[in-house]
Design a protein around this ligand. Structure first.
Ligand SMILES: Cc1cc2nc3c(=O)[nH]c(=O)nc-3n(C[C@H](O)[C@H](O)[C@H](O)COP(=O)(O)O)c2cc1C
Length: 333
C-alpha cells in the first residue's frame, strides 16, 4: 500500500497518519501492537490500569514490535504522576495526554526526549497545548466516544478552527470510521486522524464480546452524550444512562449524579459487557460499524478508501463535465 506522508507521520515515525486512540478497558498491548504493526500508531490506554499493569503492558509491547507506539495518560487520573514516571523509566517515546492541563507534564516529558501530543476539545485549548510545548494536538469533536469537552463542538467546526489556531500539526478525532472520514479530516488541514470507536470493535480490542456485539447492532443516535454539565461522556444508551439523563433533565445536583454513577461503570459496560447497568463508552460513528475486523484490516481499509476518495474528488475538477454543468445551471437561474 502507498505511504501517506504528513508532518504527523514524520513526528510519529509511522507509515500512515492513523492513530488508535488510547482507550480505557479496550487498548492494551495487543491492540496497540496490531495497529503499530499495520503502519499506524497504537496507543496503550493507561486510564484503567495500575502503574504496575501499565509497566507490564509496555514491556510486552516493546518486546513484541519494533514499530513506534505510544501511551495515553489521562491527566485527571489518580495515578497520572506514576504513569508518567513509568513511561519515562520504560523508555516510551510518545505520550498522548488528555483530560487535564497540558502544562502539567509536557516539560517533564520533553526534557526526557518524549514526543508529547495533547487531546483538546476546542481551538482555544489547542493554543494552550501549543504554548505548553506540545508537539501536536488531537482535536476531538463531540461525536467521539468516551469523555468529551463541555464545549460540545462538532468535528467539522473544530478541526479547521484548530488548524488555523496553531502552528503545530493537528490530528482529527471524533466520528471517523473510514477512508471518507479520513479524507474529510485531511481536507480541513488536519494531518492525521485518531479513531477510537472503530478500533474498539476489532478482534484485538480487549472490550468484551457483549460490548462489541452491542456496537455492531447500534445506530448512530444510540450513542448519547450524558452527564453534560458534570463529566460529559458519550456512551450507548441503556437503562443506566437513561436514568442518569432523566435525573439531569430534572436538574439533579452533581452529588446526586455522582451517586447514580457510582464506581466501576465503565469496567462493567466495556470490559464485562453489562448492557443494562454498565457504561458502554462509544461514539456516534458506531452507526456505521457492522463487523468485527482485525485492527490491520481497519488500517488497510482506511488507507485504500482514503486513496479512492481523493482520486474520485480529483475527478470532480476539470474544464468540462459536472463542474461546468453546475456553473451553467447557476448562470441560468
Ligand atoms: C471505549 C472508549 C474509551 C476511551 N477512553 C479514552 C481514554 O482513556 N483516554 C482518552 O484520551 N480518550 C479515550 N477515548 C477517546 C478515544 O481515544 C478517541 O479520541 C475517540 O474515541 C475518537 O472518536 P471516535 O470514537 O468517534 O473514533 C475513549 C473512547 C472510547 C470509545
Amino acid at each position: 500500500m502507498e505511504r501517506i506522508a504528513t508532518r504527523v507521520t514524520a513526528l510519529l515515525g509511522t507509515s500512515y497518519p492513523i492513530v488508535q486512540g488510547g482507550m480505557i478497558w479496550v487498548a492494551g498491548w495487543k491492540l496497540a501492537r496490531a495497529v503499530s504493526d499495520a503502519g499506524g500508531l497504537g496507543l496503550i490506554g493507561s486510564g484503567s490500569m495500575s502503574p504496575d499493569l501499565l509497566r507490564e503492558h509496555i514491556t510486552k509491547l516493546t518486546s513484541a514490535t519494533d514499530a513506534p507506539f505510544g501511551v495515553n495518560v489521562p491527566i485527571f487520573n489518580r495515578h497520572a504522576d506514576a504513569f508518567i514516571e513509568v513511561c519515562i523509566a520504560c523508555g516510551v517515546k510518545i505520550v498522548f495526554t488528555s483530560a487535564g492541563s497540558p502544562g502539567k507534564y509536557t516539560a517533564r516529558l520533553k526534557d526526557c526526549g518524549v514526543t508529547v501530543v495533547h487531546v483538546v476539545p476546542s481551538a482555544r485549548l489547542a493554543q494552550k497545548a501549543a504554548a505548553a510545548g506540545c508537539d501536536a494536538v488531537v482535536a476531538e469533536g463531540t461525536e467521539a466516544g468516551g469523555h468529551n469537552g463541555f464545549e460540545e463542538l462538532t468535528s467539522m467546526s473544530l478541526w479547521p478552527a484548530a488548524v488555523d489556531a496553531v502552528p503545530i500539526p493537528v490530528i482529527a478525532a471524533g466520528g471517523i470510521v473510514d477512508g471518507r472520514g479520513m479524507a474529510a479530516a485531511l481536507a480541513t488541514g488536519a494531518e492525521g486522524v485518531q479513531l477510537g470507536t472503530r478500533f474498539a470493535v476489532t478482534v484485538e480490542s480487549s472490550a468484551s464480546e457483549g460490548y462489541k456485539a452491542a456496537a455492531v447492532k447500534a445506530a448512530e443516535a444510540d450513542a448519547k452524550l450524558y452527564l453534560r454539565r458534570y463529566m460529559p461522556t458519550r456512551a450507548l444508551v441503556n437503562p443506566y444512562v437513561r436514568q442518569a439523563m432523566d435525573a439531569e433533565a430534572a436538574g439533579a445536583a452533581t452529588d446526586v449524579l455522582d451517586e447514580i454513577r457510582g464506581r466501576g461503570r465503565a469496567r462493567r459496560g466495556i470490559f464485562e459487557g453489562d448492557a443494562q447497568d454498565g457504561e458502554m463508552e462509544i461514539g456516534q460513528a458506531v452507526g456505521r460499524i457492522g463487523d468485527i475486523p482485525t485492527a490491520a484490516q481497519v488500517v488497510a481499509r482506511l488507507v485504500s478508501q482514503y486513496v479512492e476518495t481523493i482520486a474520485s474528488l480529483n475527478n470532480t475538477i476539470g474544464s468540462s463535465g459536472v463542474g461546468d454543468q453546475q456553473q451553467l445551471n447557476r448562470t441560468d437561474t
